[in-house]
Design a binder for this molecule. Structure first.
Ligand SMILES: [Zn+2]
Length: 247
């Protein structure tokens, strides 16, 4: 039997992950896209990903009772692995089905407050970061579908990032999506109080049966992860281009 050392095992894992994302990449409908390289991104730059809800808080659910928390987490894990394979520093608010409230906090409302405070602390942990909060949407009328980006105007870069992400979802996954990016206030706690550029990504509507069916599949979750990844790259490419123009 061949025994792999830790390094070989890690290398194999990286190759397997990279390959699986390449497969997803080539199965996405519109493949006429270029993914910029990350050369030029500074060593202290971090991508921080939040999977909304977790633990006792399932978030919204599909008609058949599948909560968004698991979908958000799967997208986060795929996006995290993809970003790491491509060399980015990545931080996450959670990597399992948990609320991240402080130990000893009693009562669901207090736990939720503590959980959100801790997520914000992770978003503000790095001084040079791009922060992404992944959620699923719902509405009383099941006819609505499609991704929509939410942002706060506390950071001048947020609107541009939201616009890029919205466009990536249209380009890669939802050509019929005509949703506008949406400016929000304090109710968008993480976006409003985060010091780094931040966008909240509502990937789709769990209240729409067709979209919910897709959102629940591993394949679509990977495609969403890749779509967000491409948005990250485009944002960074634009940042580098404008830095080069200025200097
Ligand atoms: Zn949510």
């Amino acid at each position: 039997m061949i025994k792999f050392g830790n390094k070989a095992r890690t290398a194999c894992l990286v190759l397997v992950i990279a390959f699986s994302f390449l497969v997803v990449y080539y199965t996405i409908a519109n493949v006429n896209v270029s993914v910029p390289t990350i050369g030029g991104v500074s060593d202290d730059f971090w991508i921080v990903i939040d999977a909304g809800h977790g633990g006792m808080d399932g978030g919204c659910s599909s008609a058949d009772g599948v909560p968004e928390k698991g979908i958000n987490l799967n997208i986060l894990l795929n996006l995290r692995d993809l970003c790491r394979v491509f060399g980015y520093n990545v931080d996450v608010t959670r990597d399992s089905d948990v609320s991240i409230h402080d130990k000893g906090v009693k009562g669901i409302a207090n736990q939720k407050r503590s959980d959100m405070d801790n997520r914000l602390a992770i978003f503000n942990r790095h001084s040079n970061a791009l922060c992404l909060s992944v959620h699923q949407n719902k509405f009383t009328d099941p006819k609505y579908s499609g991704a929509q980006m939410f942002y706060s105007d506390n950071n001048p870069k947020n609107e541009g990032i939201a616009r890029i992400m919205q466009q990536k979802f249209v380009e890669y996954l939802q050509p019929e999506n005509t949703r506008e990016i949406k400016l929000c206030g304090k109710e968008l706690f993480l976006c409003y109080y985060c010091k780094n550029p931040t966008v909240m990504i509502e990937c789709g509507f769990l209240s729409n049966p067709d979209e919910a069916a897709k959102l629940k599949t591993e394949e679509y979750q990977k495609q969403i992860a890749f779509t967000i990844f491409s948005g990250i790259n485009e944002y960074l490419q634009q940042e580098m281009n404008s830095a080069n123009t200025v200097s």
